[in-house]
Design a protein around this ligand. Structure first.
Ligand code: G16
Length: 546
């Protein structure tokens, strides 16, 4: 037995937070996610593991976020954040899965002991964990279970309360860098707003203001509170915002008929928008998701009543806008930096083509952790999932280059100062709806562009995302960054046959890591053929159901 594990307390904890029978939890794309009512045991156990993670990292603070993001309100989940503010090191995920599925205290202790010996953890090192939560009704009970696990391990506990997921990531990084030359910012929510708003104001103040407001759908989630916080730091002369869907009190309102996932998946306005507001064509609108780590933009190019008026500016469009802008600044600044983009299979074919003509592009499996790791390989890595989850990473050496470069002209000096401010404005720990919103506003303002100008970069191929419920989604295994199924055997060949019938078509199938379903993505050159292709592939999935 590992010296120092609080086995007695763990026995008591397992009794207080028993694992529901006949449920198999998985630490997937974004931690563990399922119905909030059955997650207490998971929270207790992942808290034990987080304390071990902190010990492994020499006592640095790690994070835990209680949220189910874009999922329905009754769902909840837990994501673990590593000491630099990024997602949990992936080799620890299987240990999390083993711990949350242990059926009794002895099994749990055995799973923890395996982790301790595999990762060579010194249990006498102190531990520190900061945790936050979104607005879901199950959060208080889950946070209680989590705090109990941390207390059992004798960890230093920092309860950050209601936070957006990116704020929690920010706090982790800020806490660990405080007082060092790499200090990321004040490790408080106010510090987060202060950092972003100072950078934003320095970037936009030299451009003429826009008179039209940005309409922000907060998904009736925690993003609503964050916008209030942000507005205290950025005056209306710099950012005019009309916050919508800010109701965090009405049961069932979260993500319901609104939010980034609803808008992206359905390719339409949040429900009721067209009735409530007189939306002028061209007006900029955006939607956060339930924990404000994703954002998509959109506008109408005609009356709201016409279905084809709606135009989506999703993660792919944000990536193209950001990449173009940064490439231009790097050129003007006269510095040598490789700007690259990272996408997933969900990226629209037109966006990939557009970006490949400008910068190197990498494709990874779904999940910010994969994109983040790939983006770290560039000097400046722009990564966005089509669903609006993404950010821009400036490597340490890129930051040094920007700081130390000698400008050869006033224009180069200006470009360097803009790049420096971007480093501050962009939340480099994870995708952040608030930071990404400000980034888009800066770029549009600097170009004096409206939504339509931005949209002109390229035309999306018609595309559709379907959800298929199957008996066992884990039977659907992929390779080639999720673009090909290797199991169930034979299904990929059938999909390929189907795709070959349509012009400029592509389709792939993968198991969701956050919902109990299989996702089917389809795109093709001719809009009238799209439904037929998507439905045919979905039918193949159902027929092969294993
Ligand atoms: C999470 C992940 C994203 C992923 C999304 C959907 O987002 O962080 O990277 O794109 O789930 O994943 P899946 O298709 O596997 O269900 P969020 O915003 O829900 O945390």
């Amino acid at each position: 037995m590992a010296e120092g594990l609080p086995t007695q307390l763990i026995h008591e904890g397992v009794k207080e937070y028993p694992k529901p029978e006949a449920v198999k939890f998985t630490y997937g794309t974004a931690g563990v996610r399922t119905k909030g009512a059955i997650l207490e045991s998971v929270c207790y156990r992942i808290a034990l593991i987080s304390a071990l993670r902190s010990k492994k990292l020499g006592g640095k603070t790690v994070g835990l976020m209680v949220t189910a993001s874009h999922n329905p309100e009754e769902d909840n989940g837990l994501k673990a954040v590593d000491a630099r503010g990024e997602m949990l090191e992936s080799s620890w995920e299987s240990h999390c899965t083993a711990a949350v599925n242990a059926t009794n205290a002895d099994e749990l202790i055995a799973a923890l002991e395996t982790l301790i010996s595999t990762a060579k953890i010194n249990l006498s090192t102190p531990a520190s964990v900061v945790y936050g939560h979104d607005t879901r009704p199950t959060c208080p009970a889950l946070c209680k279970a989590l705090a109990s696990g941390l207390a059992a391990m004798g960890a230093n506990i920092i309860d950050a309360g209601l936070k957006t997921t990116p704020q929690l990531h920010y706090l982790v990084k800020a806490l660990n860098t405080k007082g060092t030359p790499d200090a990321y910012g004040e490790p408080t929510e106010e510090g987060y707003y202060a950092k972003l708003s100072a950078a934003y104001i320095s970037l936009v103040s030299k451009f003429p203001p826009t008179s039209s407001p940005l309409i922000v759908d907060c998904a009736n989630g925690v993003g609503a509170a964050a916008l209030i916080g942000l507005k205290k730091h950025i005056g209306e002369q710099y950012l005019l915002i009309k916050a919508q869907r800010t109701d965090t009190k009405t049961p069932g309102a979260l993500n319901s008929g609104c939010g980034a996932d609803y808008v992206k998946t359905n390719q339409r306005l949040p429900s009721g928008y067209e009735k409530e507001s007189s939306l002028a064509p061209g007006e900029r609108m955006c939607s956060f998701d339930g924990d404000a780590d994703r954002i998509v933009f959109y506008y109408l190019r005609g009356p709201a009543s016409q279905p084809d008026s709606f135009r989506l500016l999703d993660g792919d469009k944000i990536a193209s806008l950001a990449a173009d802008y940064i490439v231009e600044l790097v050129k003007k600044a006269g510095v040598e930096l490789e700007v690259g983009c990272v996408q997933t299979a969900y990226a629209n074919g037109s966006s990939t083509k557009y970006l490949q003509q400008r910068v190197p592009v990498t494709c990874t499996p779904t999940g910010v952790k994969h994109l983040h790791a790939a983006a770290e390989r560039y000097d400046v890595g722009v990564y966005f999932e089509a669903n609006g989850h993404g950010t821009v990473l400036f490597s340490e050496s890129a930051q040094r280059t920007i700081k130390e470069a000698e400008p050869s002209s006033p224009a180069a000096e200006d470009a360097l100062s803009q790049l420096s401010a971007l480093v501050e404005l962009i939340n480099q720990t994870v995708g952040d709806a608030i930071s990404d919103m400000l980034l888009v506003e800066v770029i549009l303002r600097s170009r004096q562009w409206g939504a339509e100008d931005w949209d002109g970069a390229y035309e999306d191929l018609p595309n559709k995302l379907l959800k298929v419920t199957v008996k066992d989604r884990f039977a659907f295994k992929t390779e080639d960054a999720e673009r090909k199924l290797i199991s169930p055997v034979g299904l990929q060949a059938k999909i390929d046959n189907e795709v070959a019938k349509y012009k400029g078509a592509r389709s792939f199938v993968r198991a969701s890591g956050t919902e109990d379903a299989v996702r089917v993505y389809a795109e093709c050159a001719l809009a009238p053929e799209l439904d037929k292709l998507a439905t045919a592939v979905a039918r193949l999935v159902q027929e092969t159901d294993v």
